[in-house]
Design a protein around this ligand. Structure first.
Ligand code: SF4
Length: 455
């Protein structure tokens, strides 16, 4: 423990092995919390195994008996949302809820203005005050109509969180070490969203216990930091079962694009051809890029199937090799560029420009869809397929022949038994994920019962 403590003070990375039941958790936690308190850092434990999370909660409870630490066990939205909403639906509901709160504030102000005008009228008898009150009441009624429409599309559990005082939940949460189920029970009893309650308290925690993906996924990690009101250098990270990092990092760096997504992007292009949003985009050229990509993906797996292989494709993804592990020369890339040239397009640079414009226009479409959903014009929140398709393919073209990445074509059968394909690009070097992360945080402890992947 002393060695770990010293290493942390020296901002070193600590790597240690200990068999199960030898007290690894406590040996990592105690010095980290001590250094955290001394230097004003937050300790962030990342684990991938549910059983280990329970172990951490248990150890944290023991420490809590003698030390005043604030512990927060964080769980993803999917496991916490009482309405079982997806990420985007939740975002739209959240926006509506915030808008609703604002409008309700305005309504209250109007009520006060109306009362003041009426009081003036009663004491002065001047008709102008009565007219003012009527005008204010009219504005209030319009706002109330708007609020009533927003209320149908907002999130009640979040609304309750926003109305509640922070202190009550905060006091309850940090009185003990609460697991997410307890938080959900508390939230349900109070008609609230447990996820939102936890999010609000992240900035007050000394110790956060979360999942690997909360720190290994770049986007999620930045969001967590924002909620914690911290910079990466404010964190001491403890990676439990650290021998799993390699796989976890890889799974967070793999990007994919299905044939259906390309079809949807093409359909979106056709459906919005005449939209004002598309005026800046050479629709025909973008359509050519996506159509050729779709054709190449289909031709590639059709041509690559060996005798009897097609029949073996089932409902699970089946990998088809499209690139030599040493030489590279990605087949999809080569075919795509050849077809583009045959069709009269130039070099990769031109394709990249078209993809850049398509991604930008896709972003505008996303904003428009979001607004439509917010206004209640669409019952579900639509997402642009153009943007992720263009972004994926742009990355793919840049990286498919880079030695640190590896492209694969996967195929499987859909519900109707038809085969369809998916392009996948994953990084062969988990260090691409872990390197920048470990460089950016204050220090880290990687512990495991087996150091095998590291030696
Ligand atoms: S704010 Fe909470 S309850 Fe509302 S949709 Fe999002 S996760 Fe669900």
């Amino acid at each position: 423990m002393e060695k770990i403590h010293r290493s942390l003070l020296e901002e070193n990375l600590v790597l240690f092995e200990g068999a199960c039941g030898t007290g690894k958790t406590l040996s990592a936690l105690v010095p980290s919390l001590h250094v955290g308190k001394q230097l004003g850092k937050t300790v962030f434990i990342a684990t991938n195994v549910h059983q280990q999370m329970l172990q951490f909660i248990d150890e944290a409870r023991q420490i809590k008996r003698t030390h005043d630490i604030k512990v927060l066990v964080f769980k993803g939205k999917m496991g916490m949302c009482p309405l079982k909403q997806g990420y985007d639906e939740c975002e739209a509901k959240r926006d509506n809820t915030y808008d609703l709160m604002e409008i309700e504030k305005e309504i209250n102000l109007k009520k006060q203005e109306s009362k003041a005008a009426w009081d003036e009228y009663k004491s002065s008898g001047e008709a102008a005050h009565a007219s003012l009150r009527d005008a204010v009441d009219e504005e209030r009624e319009k706002l109330e109509e708007k609020a009533s429409s927003l209320r149908k599309r907002s999130c009640d559990p979040l609304y309750e969180v926003l109305r509640a005082e922070d202190e009550k939940f905060q006091k309850w949460l940090f009185q003990d070490v609460r697991d997410p189920e307890e938080v959900n029970d508390y939230a349900a009893e109070n008609g609230m969203c447990g996820y939102e309650l936890l999010k609000r308290e992240l900035k007050n925690a000394d110790l956060v216990i979360a999942n690997f993906h909360h720190i290994l996924n770049d986007m999620i990690f930045s969001t967590m930091l924002r909620w914690m009101d911290k910079e990466p250098e404010d964190l001491i990270a403890i990676f439990d079962e650290a021998h799993n990092i390699e796989n976890a990092a890889r799974s967070h760096s793999s990007i994919t694009l299905t044939e259906h997504a390309i079809e949807s992007a093409l359909a979106e292009l056709n459906a919005n051809e005449k939209s004002d949003l598309f005026t800046s985009m050479p629709v025909e050229d973008v359509e050519a890029v996506l159509s050729i990509l779709l054709e190449v993906v289909r031709d590639t797996y059709d041509n690559r199937f060996k005798f009897g292989e097609r029949q073996r494709v089932g409902r699970n993804w089946y990998d088809i090799r499209i690139s030599d592990p040493y030489e590279r020369n990605d087949v999809v890339y080569a075919r795509f560029m050849r077809r583009m040239k045959e069709t009269g397009y130039g070099e990769e640079k031109q394709v990249q420009e078209l993809l850049g414009i398509a991604a930008e226009v896709g972003g505008l479409l996303d904003n428009a869809y979001h607004e439509q959903y917010k206004q209640g014009q669409t019952p579900i929140l639509k997402r642009s397929h153009l943007k992720p398709t263009a972004e994926f393919f742009s990355q793919y073209l840049k990286l498919c022949n880079n030695e640190n990445y590896y492209p694969v074509l996967n195929v499987r059968r859909d519900q109707g038994g038809e085969i369809y394909g998916r392009l996948e690009l994953f990084t062969c070097i988990p260090k691409n994920v872990t390197g920048p992360l470990l460089d950016s945080i204050y220090s880290a402890i990687l512990m495991s019962a087996t150091l095998r992947p590291f030696v």
